[in-house]
Design a protein around this ligand. Structure first.
Ligand code: EPZ
Length: 418
């Protein structure tokens, strides 16, 4: 298993280019199942989760041609409507093929994704929505079987709670349903809007994408399309925090500044100078001493739960007490113990983490757990005195393309050890 060896200390300086969004690419890949014509997707990040989804689509019947960051998917026919446990257990986003498979073939057999490090993460809202669209759902042997032999019909669906992939799954089911579907309390994440932009290019009729009420008018058939994925706002946020935690001066290029608005507001309150230097670039100049600022994670446009771990690492270096509240997942503080091993002063109380700073971090041997917790360990290591070895970096490779190369180009002393 690969490890990262990081020597803390250098102030990061320079420009980091941001890649395409993993969480936009995953539903976009699944959307290719909705048509028998070729779909070309550009700016696809070369990360593990994308390769996993690609393998799943090929098993289902897609022909995939990869050329750098462009994937051309052609699914003339579905040969298997099944997402096997072996794949789903490695990536829960495999449940994104549920909606497209039921919409295209009238059936799907998808392994129930187990829980994961950050929580139980059920898909009950996905299934309930499919039932309201007329699918019959049956669960056995750890698999979900969804059937709609007469096709799906439009319905009004009100989500009990906001779910990103639940919204995406049901948008993809509804675009080929008979009649109109209204999704209420839908997720407003940019990745949902990006998926809808692709579907509209494919001929779908969707209004309200990016708002909490999405109107879909079903159509007979969708055609192929060519779509470029939006920039990864979580990668952008992670590198903004890398600039802040090292007292550096870093410009994030090729991003969507608006998508990191909640984080930028916190960094400004903490005393950093953050300026939009162009349509797709944001510069951060860190202050000598950061101020502690509380944060509560919320659905978009609130502060992203996927940046909570990285922000917690930053607050270990800030002056004062920061209260970090995680409202989206029930167990997303694993990074706290690892940060504490490096010298951080963090007290956990249920959904709250109380971070007292600044505390001097020293390099240590730590273990990555989930994707974003691992990113927070990288950030802490950049600010720690001495050397940190992070084991199991495959967690990081799931969602960050060549993170060590991007950090090294702005002065980070980080190398991958096979
Ligand atoms: C998406 O996961 C992202 N993944 C996650 O990013 C992100 O953390 C999450 O949204 C929240 O923003 C992808 O887009 C591939 P949810 P998702 O459904 O859709 C509960 C990363 O690091 N819930 O919005 O699975 C659920 O347990 C990953 O890139 C139900 O109870 O998240 C959670 O507490 C991690 N029943 C809350 O809702 C359901 O049917 C939000 O989950 C669905 C969700």
């Amino acid at each position: 298993m690969d490890k990262f060896v990081i020597k803390g200390g250098p102030r990061l300086q320079g420009e980091i280019p941001i890649g395409g969004s993993k969480n936009s690419a995953l539903p976009a890949l699944a959307a290719a199942l909705l048509t028998d014509e070729p779909v070309t997707l550009r700016r696809i990040p070369r990360v593990r989760d994308i390769r996993t989804m690609q393998r799943l689509l090929v098993d289902i019947g897609s022909h995939a041609e990869v050329d750098g960051e462009t994937i051309r998917l052609d699914t003339p026919r579905i040969v298997s409507s099944e997402a096997p446990y072996e794949l789903v257990k490695t990536m829960r986003a495999s449940s994104l093929v549920l909606g497209p498979l039921v919409a295209r073939t009238g059936r799907a057999r998808v392994s129930l994704p187990g829980g994961c490090a950050i929580g139980a993460r059920p898909i009950n809202l996905h299934l309930h929505g499919l039932e309201q669209l007329g699918a019959r759902i049956h669960q056995s042997h750890g698999y979900i079987e969804a059937e709609a032999p007469e096709g799906l019909r439009g319905a009004t669906i009100h989500f009990d709670r906001i779910t990103v992939t639940g919204t995406e799954d049901l948008v993809m089911a509804a675009v080929l349903a008979r009649g109109e579907t209204i999704l209420r309390n839908a997720a407003r994440e940019p990745e949902v809007a990006d998926l809808c932009a692709l579907l509209v290019k494919m001929g779908a009729q969707i209004e309200g994408a990016g708002t909490s009420t999405i109107h879909i008018r079903g159509v007979e058939k969708l055609h192929g399309a060519d779509h470029t994925i939006i920039a990864d706002r979580i990668e952008a946020g992670t590198f903004l925090i890398a600039g802040a935690i090292t007292g550096g001066d870093v410009t994030i290029a090729d991003c969507v500044p608006e998508h990191v608005g909640a984080l930028v507001a916190k960094l400004l309150q903490a005393g950093a100078e953050v300026t939009q230097t162009g349509a797709t670039s944001v510069q951060i100049c860190a202050p000598k001493r950061l101020r502690s600022v509380d944060v509560t994670t919320e659905e978009y446009p609130g502060f992203a739960t996927d940046l909570q771990a990285q922000y917690m690492a930053l607050m270990t270096q800030a002056q004062g007490i920061a209260i970090v509240v995680e409202t989206i997942f029930e167990n997303r503080f694993m990074h706290a113990q690892e940060l504490a091993r490096m010298g951080a002063n963090i007290r956990l109380e249920g959904r709250q983490a109380i971070v007292a700073g600044p505390s001097e971090l020293t390099g240590a041997g730590v273990i990555a757990s989930d994707l974003r917790a691992s990113a927070s360990l990288v950030l802490a290591a950049l600010a720690a005195r001495g050397e940190t070895v992070i084991d199991r970096v495959y967690h990081i490779d799931r969602g960050y393309e060549k993170i060590e190369a991007k950090l090294a180009r702005v002065g980070g002393q980080i190398r991958r050890v096979e």
